[in-house]
Write a protein that binds this ligand. Structure first.
Ligand SMILES: [Zn+2]
Length: 123
């Protein structure tokens, strides 16, 4: 629930989303004031915030690019076994596959988290 503060006495109140912008009365000092809420600085960490979707899609794109590079390396080597286990570039290919797997998991989690918690309410 968003919080607002009385401009006269500083008392803090939870405000229902539909009451934001309406005039409310402080129960402590009786001052009437518009219920305004400051944006929550932690809002970027909420699952429903679009930044999670953007980061997740970037992770998935990075995973796709890394897998694409590995496929290219395999085609260049002419053999999957030689590309992954060969002396030249084998370590790089294995690292790329590990990072791609990490990006895939992180991206899938972030996109799923956003999908499951998305909320059309802007607050
Ligand atoms: Zn007050």
């Amino acid at each position: 629930m968003p919080l607002t503060a009385c401009p006269s006495c500083g008392s803090r109140y939870g405000v229902r989303r539909q009451d934001v912008g309406r005039t409310i009365r402080c129960t402590r000092c009786e001052t009437r004031f518009p219920a305004e809420v400051a944006p929550d600085p932690r809002r970027f960490l909420r699952g429903s915030h679009p930044v999670g979707l953007v980061v997740g899609v970037l992770c998935l794109a990075a995973a796709a690019a890394l897998v694409g590079w590995v496929v290219w390396a395999v085609v260049q080597a002419g053999d999957l076994n030689r590309a992954v286990h060969g002396v030249e570039g084998g370590e790089t290919v294995r690292r790329c596959l590990q990072v791609a797997a990490g990006c895939l998991v992180a991206g899938a989690i972030l996109v799923a988290r956003w999908w499951l918690t998305r909320d059309p309410d802007p607050f």
